[in-house]
Design a protein around this ligand. Structure first.
Ligand SMILES: C[S@@+](CC[C@H](N)C(=O)[O-])C[C@H]1O[C@@H](n2cnc3c(N)ncnc32)[C@H](O)[C@@H]1O
Length: 215
């Protein structure tokens, strides 16, 4: 199947070739229940739904967790997503369209829900800090997690610990962004290395960017 990650005229963390490389991982593992930590403007969410809808004929579930403009519960040296407070675009047409005509913050739960409207029966969007709310979610059936939320050492460790608690020994997938040199964040690399070492887990590095953990 040919994969075609679309940007939907919004901002995404997976620019250029990265969108299709990401979709290849989804296609390879073919999950039915997927969790994205760090939804941002919903572009990856929409592409995941488009793909799973095609492959699984509407039989899939997507859960997305993000601060959606809210504050973090504690100060954890987080890399503050500045875009939320002051939405900027390099393209002046986008700036006019989103900031002056629609007056829409693309990282709001309202805006992302609108983008995912076609899949409203398959999706759940949750606003909150994963350091706090991830523990409150039922993650038992999650097959694949894209970990791309808070990028501080402690948040990545906390998120991995909670996820692994539900996914352990089930051969499920946790794909961590920003591990390799193509989009390197040192805190992410250190947290993923420490966590996998402690739990005797193997790491599969994808295209020098993503770190894939099979639980
Ligand atoms: C790099 S962006 C995600 C990009 C998105 N996965 C994509 O492909 O377009 C990171 C997102 O994580 C969210 N975030 C940061 N810290 C978080 C936290 N502690 N809990 C939940 N979401 C968080 C931010 O609000 C931001 O939207």
């Amino acid at each position: 199947m040919s994969l075609n990650y679309k940007s939907y005229w919004r901002k995404t963390g997976l620019k250029g070739k990265w969108g299709n490389i990401f979709l290849e991982r989804i296609s390879l593992h073919n999950p039915k229940n997927i969790l994205e930590i760090g939804v941002f403007c919903g572009v990856t969410a929409r592409n995941i739904c488009d793909l799973l809808n095609k492959v699984n004929e509407n039989n899939f579930n997507y859960i997305g967790v993000d601060l959606f403009g809210g504050d973090q519960s504690e100060d954890k040296d987080e890399i503050e997503p500045k875009f939320l407070k002051d939405q900027k675009f390099s393209n002046p047409f986008k700036n006019i369209y989103y900031n002056y005509i629609l007056k829409e913050n693309l990282n709001s739960i309202k805006s992302v829900s609108k983008l995912l409207k076609k899949y409203s029966n398959n999706i759940k969007l949750i606003a909150g800090d994963t350091n706090k709310i991830l523990k409150e979610l039922d993650l038992q059936n999650i097959d694949f997690t894209f970990l791309d939320g808070g990028h501080s050492y402690q948040t990545v460790i906390n998120d991995l610990t909670t996820l692994y608690g539900s996914m352990k020994d089930k051969k499920k997938v946790i794909l961590c962004d920003d591990y390799g040199k193509e989009s390197y964040i040192p805190e992410v690399e250190k947290a993923v290395n420490d966590f996998t070492k402690q739990n005797n887990l193997k790491l599969n590095i994808i295209e020098n960017r993503f770190a894939e953990i099979i639980t």
